[in-house]
Ligand binder design. Structure first.
Ligand code: 5RP
Length: 221
């Protein structure tokens, strides 16, 4: 089965997971990327189960609106039931590397506002230890050199994602060769680099549930 078909299978599992909450608005947080796009394209089918969505990127907001889904600002959302998003890597503890699409900062913010973080991936994203995928770090443009040198001192090889600016107007450094033995400690250490806005390690707030699509079907981690 093609990878795109597996992504859609994982998205369908997340769709079936959405349940309306009685007595209050049901708001769904929506991630960014090709797997999240599969989820967005299915969302209109369960429009009766939720009131509105909060998007983790301008691209996802635009795609949601095209599907007829109302998109609201996070500051207007008291609480999200669930946040659904893809990932670049998933380890057995449901810790993630995200940010291949450059939306990591907003993704981390929206995920933090949700009662449940549901990750949807095909099984090529499963790893025993995070770090083969270069870790995206969002950095203020003026801090590019400083942050790159700090990331080198951590053992990484940062590469500037040239020609790309995040929705927040910042740059991305993609960092290879990091030994990520303690994802939580590294997430915190990188957060302490002056000018680093956010990094793509989701360890402090890992996924609560991962739907993994493979040739045998969808399983939960
Ligand atoms: C975007 C992300 C994506 O979730 C991640 O890159 C996975 O993307 P895809 O579903 O296209 O494989 O973190 O910032």
């Amino acid at each position: 089965m093609a990878q795109s078909a597996l992504k859609r299978l994982a998205a369908e599992a997340a769709l079936a997971h959405i349940e309306p909450r009685l007595g209050r608005k049901t708001l769904v947080g929506v991630g960014t990327g090709s797997t999240a796009n599969c989820f967005i394209d299915l969302l209109a089918r369960v429009r009766h189960k939720f009131d509105a969505a909060v998007a983790s990127s301008e691209a996802s907001a635009e795609r949601l609106r095209r599907q007829g889904v109302p998109v609201i600002d996070l500051n207007a959302a008291p609480a999200l039931e669930v946040y659904v998003d893809g990932a670049d890597e998933v380890d057995p503890q449901r810790r993630l590397i995200k940010g291949g699409g450059g939306a990591l900062t907003r993704e981390k913010i929206v995920a933090a506002c949700a009662g449940e973080f549901v990750c949807i991936v095909d099984d090529s994203k499963l790893v025993s230890q995070l770090g083969a995928f270069p870790l995206p770090v969002e950095v203020l443009p003026m801090a590019r050199g400083l942050a790159a040198r700090a990331l080198q001192r951590l053992g990484g090889t940062p590469v500037w994602r040239q020609g790309f600016l995040t929705d927040n107007g910042n740059i991305i450094l993609d960092v290879s060769h990091l030994r990520i033995e303690d994802p939580l400690a590294l997430e915190r250490e990188i957060n302490n680099i002056p000018g680093a806005v956010c990094n793509g390690l989701f360890a402090a707030h890992a996924a609560d549930l991962v739907f993994v699509a493979g040739l045998q079907g969808v399983r939960r981690i």
